[in-house]
Design a binder for this molecule. Sequence first.
Ligand code: GSH
Length: 208
Amino acid sequence: MTNPLPILYSFRRCPYAMRARLALAVSEQATEHREVDLRDRPAELYAASAKGTVPVLILPDGRVIDESLEIMLWTLERNDPLEWLPSSPDRRAEMMALIGENDGDFKRNLDLYKYASRTPGTDPLEHRDLATGFLMKLDGRLGDSSFLFGRTVSLADMAIAPFVRQFASADREWFDGESWTALRRWLEEFIASPLFASIMHKHPLWQA
Ligand SMILES: N[C@@H](CCC(=O)N[C@@H](CS)C(=O)NCC(=O)O)C(=O)O
């Protein structure tokens, strides 16, 4: 018998999984949630996607989506009540480029800042400084409008905010002392939002 709901392998604190859960929630796409322990991932996750990362979404027809951004696009293209996806292709390309910067250099520097001890010889502050260029760019956009692409929330806000949250939490006192006031306001609103609260409730670990 086919499972009527897509299966979502997820990890609560993973920013990639968060962005997928945000889009699934806003599009009102129910899933069978399977919470995993990243240190002890189930064989079923690897069977679905050999790279073993989360999030992974398995559709009822057996298709597997193992990239968080693709999960966002899949669900929003089916139902996008708050219009997170822009209608103009140029706008969409601009959004994807900003998300690409987040997922590329910014995330690399974030990891080397937050988890410097995992890579011998790494100076965390050097990577914190390298990451700030991207954050200043976000702050500039947010100084002009409430959200990254105008007056309403978009795919870009929701794809990027979980990573800025992770960066800020590495040293909240330092982050709060920096001059990016628009960025701080945007991050605080994101963290305080009912949507974010709704995707952060705790699930018991999934067992086959
Ligand atoms: N490009 C992937 C990255 C997902 C990813 O790296 N997730 C992390 C958890 S935050 C993970 O599963 N790490 C385990 C690993 O890399 O083996 C996506 O966007 O879904």
